[in-house]
Each structure stands twice: as structure tokens, then as C-alpha cells.
Write a protein that binds this ligand. Structure first.
Ligand code: BGC
Length: 765
């Protein structure tokens, strides 16, 4: 008999849920017009207790089959039984991804016996119709405010067509660039991923979408970067590295958490009660909805931990998974399992309550169906595109800029040769998780650059050189010809959209086809070359850094990518993006991250018996946090304002550090001051540096300002295998600068240490 207390966190969890409700029903439905505005006025007055009362009243009227229906999420498939939603057998849907489909499905649900509206979900990862830069690119902004505004804009547009739930953000840290899904996350670092995960959760809520933290947990550790392969993560690493972004998202009020498709240390996460109930609900206090990933309940049979669908249902449900995504197994088996006494109805009720609370919290019961006939007019609004352009600019990372080739100076550059297979690649710009993005909405780099150049009287001659697979040299001659006749070559090269994303892990990280040959050919024309690197993630650059004077990482920049890149190339806006992942020299370095342990034989170049490779440097080509500006910044010595932090019983203790930053270059610019923590001697070997803070400073030429950091004491610690957070007394070090190779250091002391629950959760209260 399975009688799990699926309410897990009890009082605290309930309080978290209440807090999420506050103001939620007033989410931004403004764009839906007057009828919805009226609904908003009604729903803002819903008090949490009345939501509970409405949930209980509804639950009391539900049959066991209807309860199982609320825990069943279906996809939009041609073979679906159209009557299922009408019969109350479906609580949520995915991929009903336009206003007509969403309204039709939701209309059927509202016409069912109890009229319970649907959760209408989609993977709104980086936009719905207006496509924003990929999450990894947004992470390069290091700017939670911008990330939140971008998420809110995506959510508003999605909500305007009747979606109310996104399967984002991805809170998995990505430690291996071969893993295609690195593009969906926020980089290799748990602190940055956590900050920006929280910002996305808040933004989605601002714009009216429920959020889902995924994939719990450890998915980013797939062996060899192969999607869906096994993960083996030591308990300390699970707590130090993989769980903190989920905790940050939960603290920000995430509505749902999704399991991973993978097995963690041999146990599929969808059947892992220790993880989904023990850690997620009890330790982390998550009281929202737990949803299985796509057919993850059914895949328990393939994983070899269940004999059949009924056993898979029992195992997933016992582990704490409330909702089954697209297996149909909960619908088929839960009622019988309850009748046979193998699952308690109380446990089913607890799961259904979580679904209903979310629906009431979103205000779904209190507003009409979204009007599909005029939905098109709510898409691609100028304000949404404006934020997409701002986000794309902020994501661009200037990797190098020899001889100050950038920004383009129209008094010297009268003609630009634009070459490369991604200069006019509308579909690639939309990226691998496009929502409902359309290539014909996209402003390509060619269009954006032409328009901006024309405004300064500069001519752009476009000669692609080769198409996107680039297996043929026929177009090389025209590209070389264009380069010879120009004052500057802008080459756009890298990876197409389908070399990253889900199910697109790669064994190589180099550019497909003959692109390096094309770059060599145009560089031989003798004109300065500005290389715009295109693609979801860092790739092997080969000899490109020698051939190109400047290199700008453009990622996959979305609908407004063209104008955004033109803005930065011409210096209307300075580049300020920083790498959220270490940039490798070669795929053989994978996994490569900045937060390495010192090791007993630290790397010394050309010294055989030290850590490294015989045939390549173990160091990145560009370090985590790297990104140049059109100006330069000088970092002063960090000053620790709290040189003796007494953590002890003062959970609220904070480390305060400030560093003067001066813009010593000729132009205004944005500095991203980064603070890294180290504990040189500890009970266990700790990473040499760990990012714990980032401060954005917009500085005029010659201006100085302080970067002020406030680091909560819990962020100084590490976890023991059982999840205990330890902040040891002793000496620590902070390093502040413009990237993870910074050198300005100061010391401080923790006088009295602290041991407490994982993530310092208690420190919150
Ligand atoms: C992915 C999830 C996604 C789901 C629905 C799965 O294959 O792992 O991240 O949300 O599909 O599209």
C-alpha cells in the first residue's frame, strides 16, 4: 500500500503556495482587452482561503476518474480521441500551440461535466512568436533585470494566445558543451544559473505564465554530453552544483518542477522518491506541482525499473510525481490502483489539489476563453520586439578586437563585404526551441546591417560564399572578390540551429563544412575581418582568432538579431556580454569549467607531471566571464567591509565587499564586475574560485564607481554528502575583476562557522 504523505512540506510549503497566489490572479492579462480587464478586477480580490475552499468544494464533486484526468497531460497528436477532454480525462495539454488550437481544447474542457479549465502548456523557452536570444545567450547579459523583462515579454505574448504554462526555465547547469541542451540553460555556473533562473520565474509570472523548473535533477551531467544518457553525481556535487538553481527558482515562486528523462546514480528521477519527495518537497519545501517529463512515466519500463504501465504508475506516483506527461498511464491505471488499495485516494487528492490550486491561482476559472480570431494582432508587438532587440544586444560577447577594428568607423569604412552562410539565415536565427517563431518575421544580419550601414552612407556587398552546410566552394570566388573591394569584411560563420538543442548533442564542436577555408580565403584578401560567430554554444574556432581581427559571439539571436548585431558593430551600443561558459580550444577538453579543484599537481605549462594534456593546453581559449568592451576598465583592490564575518547563529550574516571600477577608455561602457570566492584551506578541497556576485556598472569615459557586493553567509559554504551545509570558520579569499581569471584579491575570516540544512534554507527564515 502506498500512502505517501504527498503534501510533503506541510505548513511551510503551504505558506509558500499562499505567497505565490498573492497577486497572481492579477497577472498581466491587460493585453487581452476590456473583458479580461474586468476579470482581472474580479480575480485580484481572491483571498488564499477562498481558493482553498474552492479547491475542496470542487474536489468533493470529482469522481476518481476525473481526478486521474486532472493528473493527465496530453500532447496535440493527430490520433487523439477528441472526446477525451470533453469527458474530463485531461487536466493539461502541450503543443496546442496557436490561439485556435488552445481555445478549442480549453473550450472542450470548460464544456466537460465540471468545467475545469486546462493548463495550456508549451515549451516557451526563448519566446513564442517573437523569438528572443537563447537562454544561454541571455545569460551572457549577467543581468537578472533584463532576463526578467525578457521572460515577462515572452509570457505576455504567449498568454495573449491562450497559453498559461511554460515548461521553462531549465535550471540544469551545463558542464559539457557537447550536450545539445546547453543552449536551453544559463551556463556552467550554479550561482549565475540560480540568479537567472529566479529572474525567469519572476518574469514568466509577471507576464501571466506558470513556470516549470526542469529537469530535476542532474540532467546536465549526462555521460559524454550524450542526451538522455545516464548521470552519476556524487551527493556533495548534487547539493553544491545541481540543486542550487532549483532552490533559487523555488524561492522565486516556481509553480512546477519537471523530472528528468535520465537516471541519477542508477535511479530514474521519475521514480526517485528520495529526490522528488525527500529532497524536493521535504528539504527544499517545494509545494507546487511535480510533472513528469515527456513519457517519462512510461519510460520507467525502458529504464528497467518497472514491468508494465501499472507498476510504472505506482513507482512514479509513490516517488512524488503528480502529473503524467503524455504516457496516458495515470489516466489508465490510477483509478484501479486506488480501488485495489495499492495507492491511497488521499494521495491522489493531494496531487489533484496541487493542480487545482495552480488553476485557481492563475485565475483560469474566472476568465473567459481567449478570443482566437484577433490573436494575430497581439503578436510581434513593437514593445515585444524592442525588448527582444535589447536582449539580443546585451547577449553579444566581444571575444577579441585587435587593432580596434570594431566599432565600424564610417569615416574609414565606406564599403563592407558581408560573407558567410549565417549572414542571411532567418530560420537559423529562430533557433532550436522556436515556440511558434517564424523565419519570415526574422530580421537577418544582412537586413539589419544593410539598414544601419545605409544610415551612415556605407555600402554592404553581400556574397554568402557557401550555403549553410558549406560543402561546395563555388561561391568562394565571389566572396573573395567582395572582400577585395571592401574596407572591412564581416564574416558570419559557425553552427546551424540543428546542431544544438534537445536530441542534438554532438561529438564534435567544430564548424560544419568548409567554413574555415572560406574564412581563410576572404582573410587572404588582406582587409580587416570582423568575425560574427553564430551558433547556440561556443565552438572550436581553429585558426579563426588569427585570421579575424575582431570576433563577436552572436549566439542564436532571435527575431531582432540583425538590428541588434548592427547596433553593436557600429558602436551605437557597446558590447557588454560575458561568457556564461568557458570557451574551449578543442572538444577533447570537455568537460571544461572554471571552478576546478586545485588538485595535488596543479597545471604548470610544459611541465609533464602536472595536471593537463600532453597534446593541448588544459586552459580555455577564453575564460568564463570573459567579454571585451569598446572601452576598458581598471579594477581596484577589493575592500572587505566585513573582514570578520561571524556566521555562528546569525543566519542573516552578510559578507560585504566593494571594489572601485574605472572606465579608463575613450567611450562609455558597461562593466560587469564579478566576485569569486575561494577557501584555500578547508576540511575538503574546494574549487579555487566560485562566482558569488556580479554587479553591472554603466560608466562614462573616466568615471569611477564602486561595485558593491553583499554575499549572504550561506553562499560561503559547501555541502556534506547528507546535504548538511557547512560554513567553516577560517580564512577565505575574494577575487574581483572582469572575468574568472581576475587577480585582485582580498582576504577575510569567518570567525564562527555554521552547520545547517541544505542551501541554508533555515537562514531564510
Ligand atoms: C523535454 C522537456 C520538454 C518536454 C515537452 C521533453 O522531451 O525533455 O524539456 O519540456 O519534452 O516538450
Amino acid at each position: 500500500m502506498i500512502g505517501v504523505d504527498k503534501d510533503g512540506p506541510g505548513e511551510t510549503g503551504m505558506r509558500g503556495m499562499m505567497a505565490r497566489w498573492a497577486g497572481r490572479a492579477a497577472a498581466a492579462w491587460l493585453c487581452l482587452g476590456a473583458a479580461q480587464a474586468q476579470t482581472q478586477a474580479q480575480t485580484t480580490s481572491i483571498e488564499a482561503p477562498s481558493v482553498e475552499a474552492r479547491v475542496e468544494a470542487l474536489l468533493a464533486r470529482m469522481t476518481l476518474e476525473e481526478k486521474a484526468g486532472q493528473l493527465n497531460l496530453i500532447s496535440n497528436e493527430p490520433l487523439n480521441d477528441p472526446g477525451a477532454i470533453r469527458r474530463g480525462e485531461v487536466g493539461a495539454v502541450i503543443n496546442f500551440s496557436n490561439a485556435w488550437l488552445a481555445a478549442e481544447a480549453d473550450g472542450l474542457a470548460r464544456a466537460s461535466r465540471l468545467g475545469i479549465p486546462l493548463l495550456v502548456g508549451l515549451d516557451v523557452v526563448h519566446g513564442y512568436r517573437t523569438v528572443f536570444p537563447l537562454p544561454l545567450a541571455l545569460a551572457a547579459s549577467f543581468d537578472p533585470g533584463l532576463v526578467r523583462r525578457a521572460a515577462a515579454a515572452m509570457a505576455r505574448e504567449s498568454a495573449s494566445v491562450g497559453l498559461n504554462w511554460t515548461f521553462a526555465p531549465m535550471a540544469d547547469v551545463a558542464r559539457d558543451l557537447r550536450w545539445g541542451r546547453v543552449v536551453e540553460g544559463l551556463g556552467e555556473d550554479p550561482w549565475l544559473t540560480g540568479r537567472l533562473t529566479a529572474a525567469q520565474v519572476e518574469g514568466f509570472r509577471d507576464g501571466g505564465l506558470a513556470s516549470t523548473l526542469k529537469h530535476c535533477a542532474g540532467y546536465g551531467a549526462v555521460l559524454g554530453g550524450r542526451d538522455y544518457d545516464a548521470t552519476f553525481v556524487a551527493p556533495t556535487e548534487l547539493h553544491d552544483l545541481h540543486l542550487p538553481p532549483f532552490r533559487a527558482g523555488i524561492r522565486a515562486g516556481a509553480d512546477a518542477v519537471m523530472t528528468a528523462l535520465t537516471a541519477l546514480n542508477g535511479v530514474p528521477t521519475t521514480a526517485d522518491g528520495g529526490l522528488m519527495t525527500g529532497i524536493l518537497r521535504r528539504q527544499m519545501g517545494f509545494s507546487g506541482l511535480v510533472v513528469a517529463d515527456w513519457q517519462a512515466v512510461a519510460s520507467l519500463v525502458k529504464h528497467g525499473v518497472a514491468r508494465d504501465g501499472a507498476e510504472a504508475t505506482r513507482k512514479a506516483f509513490a516517488a512524488g510525481v503528480d502529473m503524467d506527461m503524455t504516457s496516458g498511464l495515470y489516466l489508465r491505471h490510477l483509478p484501479d490502483e486506488v480501488r485495489a488499495g495499492r495507492i491511497t485516494e488521499a494521495a491522489v487528492d493531494a496531487a489533484v489539489r496541487r493542480v487545482l490550486r495552480l488553476k485557481f491561482g492563475l485565475g483560469l476559472f474566472d476568465r473567459p476563453l481567449v478570443e482566437a480570431s484577433n490573436a494575430e494582432g497581439r503578436l510581434l508587438l513593437p514593445e515585444t520586439r524592442r525588448i527582444a532587440r535589447e536582449a539580443a544586444r546585451a547577449s553579444l560577447v566581444l571575444l577579441q578586437n585587435r587593432e580596434d577594428v570594431l566599432p565600424i568607423d564610417p569615416s574609414r569604412v565606406r564599403r563592407i563585404a558581408l560573407v558567410g552562410p549565417f549572414a542571411d539565415a532567418a530560420w537559423d536565427q529562430v533557433g532550436p526551441h522556436e515556440g511558434n517563431g517564424q523565419p519570415h518575421d526574422t530580421v537577418t544580419i544582412l537586413s539589419g546591417l544593410r539598414e544601419r550601414a545605409a544610415a551612415s552612407g556605407v555600402e554592404v556587398v553581400f556574397a554568402e560564399g557557401c550555403p549553410r552546410v558549406c560543402t561546395d566552394r563555388t561561391g568562394f570566388a565571389a566572396a573573395v572578390e567582395a572582400a577585395r573591394g571592401a574596407d572591412l569584411v564581416v564574416a558570419v560563420m559557425g553552427e546551424p540551429r540543428d546542431r544544438s538543442g534537445e536530441g542534438s548533442s554532438t561529438a564534435y564542436l567544430d564548424w560544419p563544412g568548409l567554413q574555415h577555408d572560406l574564412l581563410a580565403a576572404v582573410a587572404d584578401a588582406g582587409k580587416p575581418v570582423a568575425l560574427v560567430v553564430f551558433g547556440g554554444r561556443p565552438t572550436e574556432l581553429g585558426r579563426a582568432p588569427e585570421r579575424a581581427h575582431a570576433m563577436l559571439m552572436a549566439w542564436i539571436p532571435g527575431t531582432e538579431g540583425g538590428p541588434a548585431i548592427a547596433d553593436v558593430l557600429f558602436g551605437d551600443v557597446g558590447p557588454s556580454g560575458k561568457l556564461p561558459v568557458s570557451w574551449p580550444r578543442t572538444v577533447g577538453q570537455m568537460p571544461l569549467t572554471y571552478d576546478t579543484l586545485p588538485g595535488g599537481r596543479p597545471h604548470i605549462p610544459n611541465s609533464r607531471w602536472t595536471m593537463g594534456y600532453a597534446d593541448a593546453s588544459p586552459l580555455p581559449l577564453f575564460p568564463f566571464g570573459h567579454g571585451l568592451s569598446y572601452t576598458s576598465f581598471a579594477y581596484g583592490e577589493p575592500e572587505v567591509l566585513t573582514p570578520k564575518v561571524g556566521v555562528g547563529d546569525r543566519y542573516e550574516a552578510v559578507l560585504e565587499v566593494r571594489t572601485p571600477v574605472t572606465n579608463i577608455g575613450p567611450r562609455p561602457g558597461r562593466a560587469v564586475a564579478q566576485l569569486y570566492l575561494g577557501q584555500p584551506v578547508a576540511a575538503r578541497s574546494r574549487p579555487k574560485r566560485l562566482l558569488k556576485g556580479a554587479v553591472l556598472l554603466d560608466l562614462a569615459s573616466g568615471e569611477t564607481a564602486y561595485a558593491n557586493f553583499r554575499i549572504p553567509a550561506r553562499d560561503l559554504g559547501y555541502h556534506e554528502p547528507d546535504g548538511t551545509l557547512v560554513v567553516e570558520p577560517g580564512e577565505y579569499r575574494v577575487t574581483v575583476g572582469g572575468d574568472s581569471a581576475a587577480t585582485q584579491t582580498a582576504r577575510f575570516t569567518v570567525e564562527t562557522g555554521w552547520r545547517g540544512p541544505p542551501g541554508g534554507d533555515q537562514a531564510q527564515r
